[in-house]
Design a protein around this ligand. Structure first.
Ligand code: TPP
Ligand code: MG
Length: 614
């Protein structure tokens, strides 16, 4: 056996650089690069190794570990999980800064390789700077917090362990069912230790997309259920996009006259102008989709986790006793006693289609869908129309962005009032042009996420829509986007506080308290100059005074040579009334406030519609 003597860090880096995939017929590295903020625990050994391999495996520097991981997550999502990135940090705070992002990748089933530095395996210098000391357990370090939020976790305490750990990591990162974050916690001393690694370990390995086909029994049960359906509905989740099943879905829906509703992760599975696309479903759903969902008898749920925003906290499917769970992951496929159809979305839809043959949904059902769609579009047009109002709504800003950029742009968002409004109102074009992180809905994802999307789609217009709250939570990667020449268009909607939570507080009977800045304890009411702030980070930044100025600014942003930030004041109270569904938010059972007691009564009534098991 030919061997080569390398440090663990050199071997790991070389291995990552030799992992490949095929995109559009071309073999490319599966890792587009490594995000790194160095410190003790990664600068000496990982840093030295990344420098050696900087051409094959580029290293990118940012300003916050969590934000680097947001960019990596967004890159993987925008690449439909076919390509990915790694993230390395120093020990201690650098590592724990990654925790929120690791949980986000876990919830969203997105592949990211986390490489946090860890304490010394040999324990000689203990306790080192930034080491947490457990009085009762010598094996604990802060990196143990990654265990429950990683799909695969390993602590590398000997250099030869990566011979087993790295192939296991790749298996998880590339598997459609198990896909999620992998954490290899790299003890500082072990990173620097040399070992005689077999040369064959570094052979080029090409990973292709695995497409499990359904079993005969599950397929027969799903087909039998669909044959009895009088009112079938498809829910398209993120799995449709990750499987590349958008064309198959369109063909399937058209062949059988079945309307399609989209989750946050699944939006853009069909273009908005497809006649069978009912738009968003659930709490932030269109009236068109939700009316069908309430009445549908058989629901084909494709590649969705069926989270509460999709199911209206399980109050939405009043008539739908039969759910078919078409999913690569059995955990998802069997939720709420669904008939599981464990398979890749493309393979599953194709095989159901072959067995259904010419079977089509009753015409009155398809016609009802078309009417609902027309009605919805009228409501959406009204909500997004241009206005001269001093404080436009989020919907009106969305309208301006769409008029200025068209459906060719990719919109990026994550938290606040915007995700609900975008889910309802954004008219998506190509698959993946709607990029919402609404699994973990992490404030601060938006700008760093936009950067990751732009890395995946450098030739496309990427527009980040972000509230003032999310902007203030994490904005540092504006500077990174300027540094890397990755031009973003960022629209900041400033409603002077946490508008959506203030509305939720009001809806649950609460007093206006601690959400909008004016309702928070203060000596001085903040008046934040977002444009000046963004300009200080290197962006071209303007505060616009109207929807018309915003549209003009957006048109100019496209030709600017760097990231452009447009700030607009918005109304914190107005949202699109049409559509939507109840969402389970627990209201206090007793309170001195009559408004809370009234909200509790409504809450108890609404809960009666919630399906528990049947
Ligand atoms: C990291 C994080 N902290 C808290 C929350 C809870 N949360 C969701 S939206 C929101 C307010 C967002 O404010 P802003 O970005 O200004 O959007 P707006 O609600 O005003 O539209 C909060 C606090 C969250 N989703 N993520
Ligand atoms: Mg706000």
């Amino acid at each position: 056996m030919t061997t080569i003597r390398l440090t663990m860090a050199q071997a790991l880096t070389r291995y990552l650089a030799s992992q490949k995939t095929i995109i559009d017929g071309k073999t490319v590295p599966i890792f587009a690069g490594v995000w790194a903020i160095f410190g003790h625990g990664n600068v000496a050994a990982i840093g030295e190794a990344l420098y050696q391999h900087r051409d094959a495996l580029p290293t990118f520097r940012a300003h916050n570990e969590q934000a680097m991981a947001h960019a990596a997550i967004a890159y993987a999502k925008a690449s439909f999980r076919r390509r990915m990135m790694a993230v390395t940090s120093s020990i201690g705070p650098g590592a724990t800064n990654l925790v929120t992002a690791c949980a986000m990748a876990h919830v969203n089933r997105l592949p990211v390789l986390f490489l946090p530095g860890d304490i010394f395996a040999n324990r000689r210098p203990d306790p080192v700077l930034q080491q947490v000391e457990d009085f009762a357990d010598g094996t604990v370090s802060v990196n143990d917090v990654f265990r429950p939020i990683s799909r695969y976790f390993d602590r590398i305490t000997r250099p030869e362990q990566i011979l087993a750990a790295l192939p296991r990591a790749m298996a998880v990162l590339t598997d459609p069912a198990d896909c999620g974050p992998v954490t290899l916690s790299l003890c500082q001393d072990v990173q620097a230790e040399a070992y005689d690694y077999p040369e064959a370990f570094f052979d080029e390995k090409v990973w292709t997309q695995r497409r499990p086909r359904p079993s005969d029994d599950e397929l027969a049960a799903a087909v039998a259920a669909l044959r009895t359906a009088r009112k079938p509905l498809i829910i398209a989740g993120g799995g449709v996009l990750y499987s590349g099943a958008t064309e198959t879905l369109a063909n399937f829906a058209e062949a059988h006259g079945i309307p399609v509703a989209e989750t946050q992760a699944g939006k853009s599975s069909l273009p908005a102008d497809h006649p069978l696309n009912m738009g968003s479903i659930g709490v932030t759903g269109t009236s068109a989709a939700n009316e069908l969902a309430r009445d549908a008898d058989v629901i084909l749920a494709v590649g969705t986790r069926l989270q509460d925003f999709t199911t209206g906290s399980w109050s939405l499917f009043q008539n739908g006793k039969t759910i078919i769970g078409l999913n690569t992951q059995v955990f998802d496929a069997t939720k709420h006693r669904a008939l599981p159809l464990v398979a890749d979305a493309q393979a599953g839809l194709r095989e159901i289609g072959l067995q259904l043959e010419a079977l089509s949904a009753p015409e009155d059902w398809t016609e009802r869908a078309a009417e609902g769609r027309n009605l919805w579009f009228r409501a959406a047009d009204k909500a997004t129309a241009a206005t001269n109002a001093a404080l436009p709504s989020d919907g009106q800003v969305i309208g301006a962005v769409q008029r200025a950029l068209g459906s060719g742009a990719t919109v990026v968002c994550a938290a606040g009032g915007l995700p609900g409004e975008l889910h309802k109102l954004w008219q998506a074009g190509a698959p993946g042009s709607y990029h919402l992180e609404y699994g973990y809905s992490t404030m601060g994802y938006e700008i760093a996420g936009g950067l990751g999307v732009k890395m995946a789609k450098p030739d496309q217009e990427v527009v980040v829509m972000v509230g003032d709250g999310s902007y203030l939570m994490m904005n540092s990667e504006i500077a990174t986007s300027v540094m890397l020449g990755l031009r973003l268009t960022i629209v900041v909607l400033d409603n002077a506080g946490y508008g959506c939570i203030n509305r939720l507080q009001m809806a649950t009977g609460g007093a206006n308290f601690n959400n909008l800045l004016k309702d928070a304890r203060h000596d001085v009411l903040p008046s934040i100059d977002f444009a000046a702030h963004a300009a200080s980070l290197g962006a071209i930044a303007t505060k616009v005074a109207s929807i018309a100025e915003l549209e003009a600014g957006l048109a100019a942003a496209v030709t600017n040579d760097r990231t452009t930030v447009l700030v607009i004041d918005t109304d914190p109270l107005v949202t699109t009334e049409e559509g939507g569904n109840w969402w389970d938010v627990a209201v206090p059972e007793v309170s001195p406030r009559p408004q809370v007691n009234a909200a509790r009564k409504e809450y108890e009534k609404a809960m009666q519609a919630q399906r528990v098991v049947d």
